[in-house]
Design a protein around this ligand. Structure first.
Ligand SMILES: Nc1ncnc2c1ncn2[C@@H]1O[C@H](COP(=O)(O)OP(=O)(O)O)[C@@H](O)[C@H]1O
Ligand SMILES: [Mg+2]
Length: 589
C-alpha cells in the first residue's frame, strides 16, 4: 500500500470508477442538500417570530408593518395569531424533516448501489486477468476485498463523503441564519465549537490512520487463515493443528476489532464533550440575558433560536467530524480496492470470440521459451515442434521438467516469453488466444468440481436448461463412469459436494474426462488425467479416446508409458527442453 497518496487523491480516483448515472444521482443529492439547508434556515428563522408572538402577541398585532398581512389572513386577535404562527412553524419543521428524510434515503440507496457496482467491477476485473496474473496473486486478498473491504468503503467512505458534503452545506446555512439573529453570540459559539473539533481532529489523525491500516491488514489475514484452514481441513484434523489456526485467527480478530472499536470511539466521543459544553454555554447566555433590562422574557426568543441552532449546529459539526474520521480510518481500505479496480484489462481479454481460430493444418512451436518471472531462470527453452492436426502426442519427462507449463503455453493460458506458437500460420497472441481456446478441452490432474449436480459438472459452465442430457450420458459412458452414476439414487442429479469431496479421486478424474468428451473439442489436452485410475479403467478410457473422430488432436502427459501406446509421437521434456521426439516403439525399447 502506498501511504503517500492522500485521502483526497484516493477519493478522486474512486470518482473515476463511479458510473455516469450514479454521478448524476450524486449531483441530485447536492441539490437536495441545498434545498434542505434553505428549509433549515427557515425553520430556525421562524423560531423568533413564533416565540416573540407567544410571549407578546399584542406587539405584533399593533405593529403597523404587519397590518396588511394580518387583514389578508383575517387574523384579528392574539389567539388566531398564535394558531397561525404555530401552523407555519409546524409546516416549516415538517418540510425540513421531510427533506432530511429524503436525503437519508438517497444517501443510503446511493451508497449501497455504488458498493454493489464497485464489487462487481472488482470481481470482473479479477476474472478477466490473464492466467500469469492469476497464479501470482493471493486469492484470499481478492475475496477479502470483495467481501469486506467494499463494505468498509461503503460505510467508511461513500456514505460519510455524502454526509460530509451535506453537513458542510447545512452548517453554512445554519451559521448564516444564526448570524442574522445574533452575530456576536453565533460567531463565538461557532469558533469555540470548530476550535474544539479541529483540535480533536489534529490529535486523532495519526491514530485513525494507524487503526485504518491495521483493520485493512487484519481483515486480509482473517480471510487468508479461513481459506487456508478450511481448504486443508483433512491435514488439520489429522495433525491436530486446530489450535494453531484458532489462535492465529483469534489474534487477527482481536487486533481487527480493537482497531475498529478505537476508531469508532474516536469518531463518536466528541459529541458528548460538545453537548456538555453546549449546555454550559446556553446557561451562561441565559444568565447574561436575564441580567439585561428587558428581563428573561425578552431573552426567550433568542435563547430558543440558539437552542434550536445548537440542536442542529452541533450534530452538523459532529457529522462533519465523524465523517472525516471515518474517511481517514478507511483510506487504507480504499487504496486496497483501488488497487484491484485499477487493474487494467485489455479490451481483447474481454471480447467474446465470435468464431474459433482456423485450424486445418498444424500447431507449430518455433524457438519457444518461457520464464514465470523476468528474473527467474527459464522454465522452458528453445522448444521446436510441429504437431499436425489429428495427431496424438504423448509427453513424458521427470516431474518439474516443464510439461504442465508446456501445455499451458499450448493452450494460450501463458504466452511465450521468447519465440512464438503458430496455429496454421497465425501466430498465437493476446488477441486470438480466446478463439483458439474455443477449440480446446483440458483435463488436468486435479479436476475442479463445482458443488452442483454430476450432470452440470460434466456439462461444465453451461446453464442448466441448456444441458444436453443425452450428450452427458454419452460422455459419461465413454469416460467409464456412467454405470456408477446410474447406480446412485439421484443418478445424474447427484450433488458432488464442495470441490467434489463426496467423490473418489478416480471418479473425479473420470468426470473431468467426461467433461472433455462433452465439449467435443478439436484439441484435447490430458495432463496426468488418468493417474488416479487403475490400469484397466485407464485402458478403457484410452479406447474411448482412440474411438474419437480422427480430427481430434490430442496431447497427453502420462507417467505410465503404456498409456501412450497409441500416440503417433512421444516427446520427452526434461529441464525445460525437448530432449527426444520418438515413436512409441522406440520408447518402449
Ligand atoms: N506459478 C509458477 N511460478 C513459478 N514457477 C513455477 C510456477 N509453476 C511451475 N513453476 C516451475 O516450473 C517448473 C516446471 O513446472 P511444471 O510445468 O509444473 O512441471 P511438470 O508438469 O513437468 O511437473 C518447475 O520447476 C516449477 O517449480
Ligand atoms: Mg505437471
Amino acid at each position: 500500500m502506498n501511504k503517500q497518496v492522500s485521502i483526497y487523491e484516493l477519493v478522486l480516483q474512486l470518482w473515476g470508477f463511479i458510473g455516469p448515472r450514479r454521478r448524476w444521482q450524486l449531483m441530485a443529492m447536492v441539490v437536495l442538500t441545498v434545498l434542505s439547508s434553505f428549509a433549515e434556515i427557515f425553520s430556525i428563522g421562524a423560531v423568533i417570530p413564533f416565540l416573540s408572538a407567544l410571549t407578546n402577541p399584542t406587539k405584533i398585532l399593533e405593529n403597523s408593518s404587519f397590518q396588511s398581512l394580518l387583514t389578508l389572513l383575517k387574523i384579528t386577535n392574539s389567539q388566531e395569531l398564535i394558531l397561525g404562527l404555530t401552523i407555519i412553524f409546524g409546516i416549516s419543521v415538517v418540510l425540513a424533516g421531510v427533506l432530511r428524510l429524503m436525503m437519508l434515503w438517497g444517501n443510503a440507496k446511493l451508497s449501497f448501489y455504488i458498493g454493489a457496482e464497485l464489487s462487481s467491477e472488482i470481481y470482473r476485473k479479477c476474472l478477466y486477468q490473464p492466467y500469469i496474473q492469476q497464479i501470482n496473486r493471493n486469492s484470499s486478498d481478492v475475496i477479502a476485498t470483495i467481501l469486506s473491504k467494499v463494505d468498509a468503503v461503503i460505510f467508511g467512505v461513500i456514505s460519510p463523503l455524502q454526509t460530509l458534503l451535506s453537513s458542510i452545506v447545512i452548517l453554512a446555512a445554519i451559521l448564516v441564519a444564526l448570524l442574522f439573529i445574533s452575530p456576536l453570540i453565533s460567531l463565538s459559539i461557532f469558533s469555540i465549537v470548530s476550535g474544539v473539533y479541529l483540535t480533536i481532529s489534529l490529535l486523532m489523525r495519526a491514530q485513525l490512520n494507524l487503526n485504518g491500516n491495521r483493520v485493512s491488514k487484519e481483515s486480509g489475514s482473517i480471510a487468508k487463515s479461513l481459506q487456508e484452514s478450511l481448504g486443508g481441513i483433512r491435514d488439520i484434523l489429522i495433525d491436530g493443528t486446530q489450535e494453531i489456526y484458532c489462535e492465529s485467527f483469534r489474534r487477527a480478530a482481536f487486533a481487527l476489532r480493537r482497531a475498529q472499536g478505537g476508531s469508532f470511539f474516536i469518531g463518536q466521543s466528541p459529541r458528548l464533550i460538545m453537548e456538555m459544553l453546549g449546555m454550559i454555554a446556553i446557561a451562561i447566555v441565559a444568565y447574561e440575558m436575564a441580567r439585561d433590562s428587558s428581563g428573561l422574557l425578552g431573552a426567550v426568543p433568542i435563547l430558543g433560536a440558539l437552542a434550536l441552532a445548537a440542536q442542529r449546529l452541533l450534530p452538523a459539526f459532529q457529522q462533519i467530524y465523524s465523517s472525516w474520521a471515518s474517511l481517514r480510518s478507511s483510506s487504507a481500505h480504499l487504496s486496497d480496492i483501488l488497487l484491484l479496480l485499477n487493474l487494467n484489462f485489455s479490451a481483447s481479454n474481454q471480447a467474446i470470440p465470435q468464431s474459433p481460430i482456423p485450424f486445418e493444418k498444424y500447431i507449430k512451436l518455433k524457438n519457444v521459451g518461457f520464464r514465470y518471472t523476468c528474473d527467474s531462470k527459464p522454465t522452458l527453452e528453445k522448444l521446436n515442434l510441429i504437431v499436425n492436426k489429428g495427431e496424438r502426442v504423448g509427453v513424458i519427462g521427470s516431474t518439474g521438467g516443464g510439461k504442465s507449463t508446456f501445455l499451458d503455453l499450448l493452450m494460450g493460458l501463458l504466452h511465450p516469453t521468447e519465440g512464438s506458437i503458430y496455429i496454421d500460420d497465425q501466430e498465437l497472441c493476446d488477441l486470438n488466444c480466446a478463439s483458439w481456446q474455443m477449440r480446446i478441452a483440458h483435463v488436468p490432474q486435479a479436476i475442479y468440481l463445482a458443488d452442483t449436480s454430476i450432470a452440470q459438472n460434466i456439462a461444465f459452465g453451461i446453464p442448466t436448461e441448456e444441458v444436453d442430457i443425452q450428450l452427458v450420458r454419452l460422455a459419461a459412458n465413454r469416460a467409464q463412469i456412467s454405470e456408477e452414476i446410474e447406480s446412485w439414487a439421484d443418478g445424474y442429479n447427484t450433488r458432488v459436494g464442495e470441490r467434489g469431496v463426496r467423490l473418489s479421486g478416480g471418479q473425479r478424474q473420470r468426470i473431468g474426462i467426461a467433461r472433455a468428451f462433452y465439449k467435443k473439442s478439436d484439441v484435447i489436452i490430458f495432463d496426468e488425467a488418468t493417474s488416479a485410475l487403475d490400469q484397466k479403467t485407464e485402458e478403457l478410457i484410452m479406447d474411448a479416446i482412440n474411438g474419437l473422430a480422427n480430427q481430434s488432436t490430442i496431447f497427453m502427459v502420462a507417467h505410465r508409458l503404456s498409456t501412450l501406446k497409441d500416440c503417433d509421437k512421444i516427446i520427452e521434456i526434461s529441464n525445460g527442453k525437448i530432449i527426444r521426439t520418438m515413436s512409441y516403439s522406440e520408447v518402449a525399447k
